[in-house]
Design a protein around this ligand. Sequence first.
Ligand SMILES: N[C@@H](Cc1c[nH]cn1)C(=O)NCC(=O)O
Length: 437
Amino acid sequence: MSTSRRAWTVWGVGLVAYIVAVLHRTSFGVSGLAAAERFGTTASVLASFVVVQLLVYAGLQVPVGILLDQIGPRRLLIIGAVVMALGQLVLAVAASVQVAMGGRVLVGAGDAMTFVSVLRLVAAWFPPGRVPLLTQLTGLIGQLGQVLSAVPFVLVLDMWGWTPAFGSVASVSVFIAVLAIALLRDSPDVRTRPVQRITWAGVGSDLLKAWQHPGTRLGLWTHFSTGFSGMVFAMMWGFPFLVAGQGLSEGTAGSLLTLMVLAGAAAGPVVGVLVQRHPLRRSWLVLGVVLANASAWTAVLAWPGEAPLWLLVLLILSLSLSGPGSMIGFDFARTFNPPNRLGTATGMVNVGGFTAALVTILAIGLVIDIRTGGASTYGLDDLRVALCLHYVIWLTGLIGILRTRRLVRRRMAAHGVVVPPIREVIERRRRNRRWRS
Ligand SMILES: N[C@@H](Cc1c[nH]cn1)C(=O)NCC(=O)O
């Protein structure tokens, strides 16, 4: 098989593995009613499953990144698929909340190993110019996993019940592991990769070097500031905000969430091409995404009473930029770190958005609980106050972005790459245009 065909095959297998990881990630969220019935528990206990799973995912990003640099993406992806299969099998037979929670911990752990491995395969198999667009496509096509859990998985759950549904998604992961064993290779380099002995000193030095490079931290703050808002909306508070806060029907709220996925799919390639064409202006794209998210939220939160549908659609369109914007963080990690440290750096970046989302999801719940005294119903005013927590995260993220960007530019200047201020570039272009006409 020629290298380029091989590269596409490797990307295809990685992509399918990531789609299946997203299917596992979201499969519990869509089985809320069945889970409440099976375990005889409340909605808040079930919501804590999402939080624990995210916590495991975010907490494992750095260790998994280190492991990726040591054992390579193929093995890590296979381990991830097997761990997720085990997690879903545990959930399939679980009769108590504790056992089910153990299953979700395994799913979170396996999931944490998948995306970083796929990004590493893309970086190893494709020329650098193609990587930004393929990274965007990986992120957005992966979200198809959400559709798989919302439609065929729910269908199997309704028709055949809990154990067959979770048992069958476990078997899909076993298939992914077999596919990866058969078709994946870490890189096009035919020489086998020497097995690296893991030493604490080596791990510590990689961690330190990745963290010390301001480009890695710029990636982390990028993922943090752009990624969290979309995740908070899609994973937890979007549906209640639209239904309990804005008075929309469940059908309309569902359509708006679908619009968010579709608009994200359209925006991803555009962001990828812009990053590919203007690598020195990536941070402006990031600031643009944060500005779009913050302005749309401000307009909706400041609107007296329920916002009109057109404004909610604008909010959804701006939030659809959240995922594509966060992927720019991975591009910073890739371009500012050598290949042998890329896993560690990618893991660090991925901690950003997931930690910010986790903190925001929990804090919003807490503020609502304080305002309502723990009652199970809440309204627009409670949601409005709680959602203002977004500003704390944006402010923290913006400080992080601007500080690390300054450090990155200083380091680039020391290597002879000077990024001219955007004002200067616009002025120069204007002068050139005048001169030509
Ligand atoms: N930002 C997401 C990926 C994404 C792209 N478009 C929509 N979502 C991300 O960071 N993904 C990591 C993962 O494990 O899913």
